[in-house]
Design a protein around this ligand. Structure first.
Ligand code: ZN
Length: 311
């Protein structure tokens, strides 16, 4: 189970394939690949200097439909660990990449395969599920990282996994985890205070991305521009949403970078609401690259401003 020896063997194999340039001696850091940028940001916070983190999805990509590229296979081939959201978030694009990477360290069940969803209480688990209808939340809602307390659970899970893979650095991982937790908890107080005036207030979102966020901060997120997760908005559904927004006095629509802004603006125009730009991924909003806490800070502030009518 010598990571350096394994990495060296990988290097030899890849050099044989002409995939390595002037690579030097085997990488001493734990090589972590994350599927999406918020998981990568938390892995970096927990891993600190002892890990190198690469992320497959771009901050502006839909995590359900990531563009699979050949470079992803090379990245996965070299990984000591793969952090995924799980709960079927990446089911549409990750399995063929992992298969193509031929890396036993990150196969399902291996110690290097880390599912952030493990230990998380998922919502929206369907009683019955028919994938043919196009619904993409078959294992429950996979957007749990938008609740900062779930990010703390995922961070602890990552620290435990990194300790198993790299026992020599375990105390560093635990110290990094404690620092991440402390920073997050301090911000939680601030965020809860910012959103406290809107307890029980309803919001509309494009996709069911903000269910955990709403649950944590006392908002109501039950109305979506998509008729079902992954199904594009249709005119009859949007007409219904506009009616409900007017009837319930809903003032805010959340939209993410890869969603159709025009549709949200049209609905907001009819319903007398404000469109608020938010994101699941660090780097998708200015000043948030590589930093989960900064991302959530930007989200909370944008949503609070929208709810206050200052959006
Ligand atoms: Zn989704």
């Amino acid at each position: 189970m010598n990571r350096i020896r394994r990495a060296a063997a990988t290097s030899v194999a890849l050099a044989g394939l002409g995939l390595l340039g002037g690579a030097g001696p085997a990488e001493a850091k734990l090589s972590v690949v994350a599927t999406t940028p918020e998981l990568g940001a938390v892995a970096s916070a927990v891993g600190g200097d002892a890990v190198s983190v690469l992320t497959l999805a771009k901050p502006t990509e839909d995590p359900h439909f990531v563009d699979a590229r050949p470079t992803h296979i090379v990245t996965l081939n070299r990984a000591d660990a793969l952090v995924e959201g799980g709960a079927e978030l990446e089911i549409g694009w990750l399995p063929p990449l992992v298969e193509g990477a031929r890396n036993a360290r990150i196969q399902p069940g291996a110690p290097g395969r880390i599912a952030a969803s493990e230990g998380i209480q998922l919502v929206d688990i369907p009683a019955s599920f028919d994938r043919s209808r196009g619904d993409i939340h078959g294992a429950g809602n996979p957007h749990f990282m938008m609740d900062p307390r779930n990010a703390a659970i995922a961070a602890r899970h990552m620290a435990e996994a990194f300790c198993k893979l790299d026992a020599a650095q375990c105390s560093a991982y635990q110290a990094n985890l404690a620092a991440f937790d402390a920073r997050l908890e301090a911000k939680m107080k601030e965020w809860s205070a910012l959103l406290a005036p809107y307890d029980g207030v309803a919001i509309v979102t494009y996709h069911a991305t903000w269910r955990y966020f709403a649950q944590r901060f006392g908002l109501k997120s039950e109305l979506f521009l998509e008729p079902k997760p992954g199904i594009p908005p249709s005119p009859p559904h949007l007409a219904e949403v506009i009616e409900k927004m007017k009837a319930e006095g809903i003032r805010v629509i959340l939209v993410e970078p890869y969603q159709t802004l025009k549709v949200a603006e049209m609905v907001a125009g009819h319903a007398g609401a404000t469109v608020v730009r938010v994101a699941q991924f660090p780097g998708a909003l200015p000043g948030t690259a590589g930093d989960y806490v900064a991302l959530m800070d930007a989200n909370v502030k944008a949503i609070a401003a929208g709810l206050a009518g200052k959006g």
